[in-house]
Ligand binder design. Structure first.
Ligand code: PRT
Ligand code: MG
Length: 215
């Protein structure tokens, strides 16, 4: 019974490699040196597909992959339909925060009940956060380089992922309010979990043990 694992290139792939190894799964090719999207592993029953980070939940939901690793940010924006989420892998950690241009008095604007123009790729997270606070926002949907929005005057604030804070600093932006902590989760197709128990269970167990041993 063959299993397909959806991962995204970059930090998620790199931080998932040790977990896969704990389950006896090693990708047999250097993914950074290849243009291929499907990779064999040392387990003949397991292959890895590389997709955009925000597409991982989609592939797993529709059965393009049986399991995947997805940031909580992507998972919330996707909605989580059709996905079983058994495990917080505690990898690719960061936070979602509100940031503004240096000199913009965010707290004052919020207190005054001002209408905020917020640019973000994370519209669900941002919408829920500001609704909860009772702040009126005009949302501007972007797909990347959010830092530019306040610098060009297009938005008052952005909602973006922050890790070291270096990206904000380099663009004269300041983090004014954290929204939530982010880590990556294992996501499993609900039908696969039932139909492919025999192959999936040992992989899920090995992941759980490796995460417990590391944390
Ligand atoms: O680009 P694409 O649309 O395919 O997706 P993506 O940009 O979300 O993919 P990727 O591989 O960059 O990130 C995958 C996942 O890693 C995210 O969904 C998060 O769950 C997690 N993660 C952890 C991060 C970061 N840390 C992170 N720092 N994702 C992105 N960043 C970016 C952030 O957007 C900002 O541009 O790094 C910059 C901030 O980093 P610092 O260290 O300068 O603060
Ligand atoms: Mg990226």
């Amino acid at each position: 019974m063959s299993i397909t694992i959806a991962l995204s290139k970059g930090r998620i792939f790199e931080e998932t490699v040790p977990l896969l190894a704990a389950a006896g799964i090693v990708v047999t090719e250097d993914v950074d040196k290849s243009r291929k999207l499907i990779f064999d592993t040392t387990n003949p029953e397991v292959r890895v597909v590389l997709v955009r980070a925000s597409d991982v939940p989609v592939y797993v939901q529709y059965g393009g992959a049986d399991l995947g690793v997805s940031g909580l940010d992507s998972l919330i924006e996707h909605g989580g339909q059709g996905l079983y989420q058994p495990l917080d892998l505690q990898i690719a950690k960061c936070r979602v925060s509100v940031a503004v241009r240096k000199g913009f008095d965010y707290q004052h604007a919020v207190k005054q009940g001002a209408r905020l123009k917020v640019a973000t790729k994370y519209s669900t997270i941002a919408r829920d956060f500001f609704a909860e606070k009772g702040v009126h926002v005009d949302m501007i949907k972007l797909y990347g380089s959010m830092e530019l929005a306040p610098l060009t005057g297009m938005a008052d604030a952005i909602v973006d992922l922050v890790s070291t804070g270096n990206t904000l600093k380099a663009n004269d932006l300041v983090e004014v309010e954290p929204i939530m902590d982010i880590s990556s989760r294992l996501v499993v197709n609900q039908a696969s979990l039932k139909l492919k128990q025999r192959t999936l269970r040992p992989i899920l167990d090995a992941f759980a043990q490796a995460v417990a041993a590391k944390n």
